[in-house]
Design a protein around this ligand. Structure first.
Ligand code: ADP
Ligand code: MG
Ligand code: MG
Length: 892
């Protein structure tokens, strides 16, 4: 009956595509079995059986009989019975989930040994020592893994035995010593677990199976899954595998191998081998292993066979594989293989090597790497040979290695960096006022906040190193110093922070630049003789991606310098030029004047002063991006961001009044600040609303753009500005702004004799805009999805506030796997994007569609934007290669 669940698969029945059901280990054991490789026979209990057990607390009813049937078959095949006194079959009980969870769940070897069968094993193998060594291993592993006895107790007893005999390695213990040890081990079990070590082999096996099921839910396993974002309900499979023995003497042994170097990707002989050993001895560092190459001298026949098998596996899996094997009296056995983990650099190298070998094509090569790996390769690193003094540890918020003098406020950061100093900005937490300081600093260090704190989000956006939430740090901004476990760091003391590990060091740790960035910057050429292999591989993979991707990639950049860098990194335009950054610093005063203006004259004067400055900014930007589109967003943030802080100003005014020192300007400013003060500034007077209530503001910006474009045109340039109106909620807003803009543009065209072909579009960043996208498209030539604001408004929470209050709790409870500000929330925000795309295109088939904001450089989000059919994504210059790569992967 096909409807009866099947809970057990023989190794000959499975294959590598059944990882969901058989786990990674089981699926690959089956695959190797079917490839005809020497795998000890066995069978796999499915993850479905585990799920039933975890849900109900009991094994599924059919499981026992199915296991019995498969065990019978195995016994027939091997000509032995499990634990049979005179000729025992022994098995290992091995966990194996779909995703490898190293060290999470333990394997028990030598199941089937008992006081009776150990004698049979000794006779059968003609080796007493070996039999008792196997038995003591079983009691040790079973005691620890299945019965929950503290493993240290066994280790101590083993050490005592060696000390008593004045030997250092366990192979120097003879049969008599091991017999004694078995007695002791059994005593430990009895006293610690409150029961005897089970003598019935089937009971051993059943208990071990159950304990593998249960190990799915240990705290360590849960923590690992959460960190790696592995779903919690997959369950684990259990593999029952007949034992082969690496501890049968010097012509036996056990080892691990890689088909190529997981660090460099080079093909060769990589691995370790340990003679006369079993199981994990090789990784446990109990005795010294030898490099795999030496196996050729020890056992040429097995070595040659292993090399042959490695080649078979590579050609079959078309990838780097790692392998666990055992040699029993000169006979090689394969115990595990899987596509191996590798460093980010090796991933790129291996992908191109496999293309060269004709094993995979370019499209497949793109699937062998990812944007996270590329991003990792783009950060400078601390020299790992260097001596360091660890100061403390925080959350690795934005990778990279930064060294500089400690400063505790934004002002000092800017001042010192202007005079050529490298600084690390250290704050309890950061806020938008720290932006200048963050830009000036090499890196940012905070004592509060998590991965979605202001510091972390902004730093990641800027590609700047950041360690946040380093709670041991007591930051004292008043006294300009911090104390960490008794060590005091004063302003000016040098510190080093590692954004990839979260570690903070005292003093300067030497940094090595990323060759990949040198390459993107054009300082290193992949074709040149001295080209690094890694750079050559990255160069090729990027070319694969660029050839297939459909999404274009633009940059978020506000100035010529960033724009030029973005171009070098492959940007095909600017998707977001924020104009508010052009109003900061020295120009803040002019903005104040604009805000304070009482009369039309005052207002026009203020705008008149800003116009030439804006125009100059745009000329530089259009020149840097000559021939490519530049989307300029008109002023967006609430005006209070340009005014002094309300508390500071109130105090200043109060003090001045007390001194009878009347300052008219400050008083007016304070009034304005009060007037503009809002409870929810992000939902207040900002974006298009500013343009509609402050006469002349948007007109001035449009004029600056148009005049700059005209000037570039007349200088034989090819400017391609696109004017973008932020925070539109209804088409009427856009229509009013457009009318004015069209008029200004016409004026400039007439005055300069140019045909500017400016386009005007809008951001879609409010739910209402998304819901009425069909109407809005009537007045917009393009949409750019502002997914940051859209996420805030769709969820109804403010990014600046939620991080500290409840995001951590949400992440811990699994409500989010990842912050919706990092990766687009496909079901909610994403579905609005999808329907707005459809409605917009229905109104205007040639509507250009893009996205700007954090998500534009996030790998998973890029795939989503590809899928919904956007024309481009825009992200910070540093993320451009990542977006290019992911856009290629999405299309391949
Ligand atoms: P892990 O998932 O921790 O790698 P495994 O199930 O692969 O655990 O077991 C660890 C080691 O135990 C294997 O690498 C192998 O050396 C040994 N081992 C497992 N099963 C057998 C077996 N049937 N015969 C001999 N050795 C085994
Ligand atoms: Mg293993
Ligand atoms: Mg916005």
């Amino acid at each position: 009956d096909p409807h009866v669940a099947k809970f057990v698969y023989d190794f000959t029945e499975g294959n590598r595509d059944l990882k969901d059901l058989l786990g990674g280990k089981g699926a690959n054991l089956a695959e190797m079995t079917n490839l005809g490789l020497p795998v000890p026979p066995g069978f796999t209990i499915t993850t479905e059986a585990c799920k039933v057990y975890l849900d109900s607390g009991e094994e599924p009813a059919a499981l026992r009989d199915e296991v019995s049937a498969h065990l019978d078959a195995l016994e027939q095949k091997m000509g032995k019975k499990l634990g049979q006194a005179d000729n025992p079959l022994l098995v290992s009980v091995r966990s194996g989930a779909k995703f490898s969870m190293p060290g999470m769940m333990d394997t028990v070897l030598n199941i089937g040994l008992s006081d009776a069968s150990v004698v049979g094993l000794a006779q059968q193998a003609g080796d007493e020592r070996f039999a008792w060594d196997s038995y003591r291993r079983l009691i040790q592993m079973f005691g620890k893994t299945v019965l929950g006895v503290d493993g240290e107790l066994f280790e101590e007893a083993l050490d005592d035995a060696k000390t008593a005999k004045k030997v250092t390695v366990d192979t120097d213990l003879d049969a008599a010593d091991l017999k004694k040890l078995v007695k002791q081990f059994k005593k430990i079990v009895k006293s610690e677990a409150g029961r005897d070590f089970p003598q019935d082999p089937r009971e051993q096996m059943d208990l071990a199976i159950r304990s593998v099921f249960e190990s799915w839910n240990t705290d360590r396993a849960k923590l690992y899954r959460r960190q790696e974002r592995i779903p919690g309900d997959l369950g684990t499979a259990v593999n029952i595998c007949s034992m082969v023995f690496g501890n049968l003497g010097p012509d036996s042994g056990t080892g691990v191998a890689f088909t190529r170097d997981p660090a460099s990707g080079h093909q060769g002989v990589y691995g370790d081998y340990l003679q006369n050993a079993q199981g994990e001895d090789v990784v446990a560092g109990i005795r010294n292993t030898v490099p795999l190459a030496e196996l050729e001298q020890i056992d040429k026949k097995s070595y040659d066979q292993l090399m042959q098998i490695m080649e078979t596996l590579e050609t079959h899996y078309k990838d780097l594989c790692d392998i666990e094997f055992t040699i029993e009296s000169g006979q090689l056995w394969m115990l595990q293989t899987r596509v191996g983990k590798r460093t980010a650099g090796a991933a790129f190298r291996i992908a191109t090597q496999l293309v060269d070998q004709g094993l995979i094509d370019e499209a497949e090569a793109l699937q062998r790497v990812n944007g996270a790996q590329l991003a990792q390769l783009m950060f400078p690193r601390f020299d790992d040979q260097a001596k360091t003094e660890l100061l403390g540890r925080g959350i690795a918020a934005s990778p990279g290695a930064a060294v500089g003098k400690a400063v505790f406020d934004s002002y000092t950061a800017v001042k010192w960096s202007r005079s050529g100093e490298k600084v690390i900005l250290i704050r309890r937490e950061t806020n938008p006022d720290d932006l200048d300081g963050m830009i000036a600093a090499e890196g940012i260090l905070t004592s509060r906040g998590g991965k979605t704190s202001h510091a972390a989000v902004v730093a990641r956006g800027m590609g700047k190193t950041c360690v946040c939430g380093a709670e041991e740090l007591e930051v004292d901004t008043k006294r300009r110093r911090m104390t960490v476990n008794g060590t005091v760091i004063e302003e000016g003391d040098v510190v080093s922070i590692d954004g990839s590990t979260g570690k903070v060091y005292v003093g300067e740790v030497p940094v090595v630049p990323s060759p990949v960035v040198e390459y993107f910057e054009g300082r290193m050429h992949a074709g040149a003789d001295d080209a690094d292999e890694l750079v050559a591989a990255v160069h090729r993979v990027m070319a694969y991606a660029d050839r297939v991707r459909r999404l274009r990639v633009r940059a978020n950049a506000d100035n010529a310098e960033d724009a030029l860098r973005a171009r070098r990194f492959g940007a095909q335009g600017i998707g977001l030029c924020r104009t508010e950054h052009m109003f900061l610093g020295e120009r803040r005063e002019m903005v104040e004047k604009l805000i304070l203006a009482d009369t039309d004259d005052e207002r026009e004067n203020a705008l008149g002063a800003l116009l030439p400055l804006q125009k100059k900014d745009f000329i530089e930007l259009f020149e840097a991006m000559d021939g490519l589109p530049v989307t300029v967003r008109l002023l967006d943030p609430p005006l209070h961001e340009f005014l002094p802080d309300i508390t500071e100003l109130s105090v200043r005014v109060a003090l001045a009044e007390a001194r009878k020192d009347h300052n008219e300007n400050d008083l007016r400013l304070l009034q304005a600040v009060h007037k503009l003060h809002e409870q929810n500034p992000m939902l207040g007077l900002r974006g298009v609303r500013l343009g509609l209530v402050i006469p002349g503001l948007f007109a001035m910006q449009v004029r600056a753009i148009a005049e700059a474009a005209a000037e570039r045109k007349n200088a034989k340039g090819d400017p391609r500005p696109e004017i973008m109106i932020p925070l539109v909620g209804t088409v009427q807003e856009l229509e009013i702004v457009r009318e004015e803009a069209d008029r200004v543009i016409a004026e400039v065209q007439a005055a300069t004799g140019t045909d500017l072909r400016l386009t005007i579009g809008t951001m879609i960043e409010l739910p209402r805009a998304a819901l009425t996208a069909g109407q809005i498209a009537e007045a917009a030539q393009f949409f750019s999805f502002g997914t940051n604001d859209l996420t805030q408004t769709v969820w109804g929470f403010s990014r600046d506030d939620v991080e500290a209050s409840f995001f951590t709790a949400y992440l811990e409870k699994g409500i989010f796997g990842v912050s919706p500000f990092e990766t687009i929330d496909k079901d909610g925000v994403g579905s609005l994007v999808r329907s707005a795309v459809e409605a917009g295109r229905a109104t205007r088939p040639d509507l250009k569609l893009g996205v700007c904001g954090e998500h534009g450089g996030d790998p998973e989000s890029v795939h989503f934007f590809h899928e919904v059919g956007l024309d481009y994504v825009s992200c910070s210059p540093f993320r451009i290669p990542v977006a290019r790569l992911e856009a290629g992967r999405a299309a391949a």
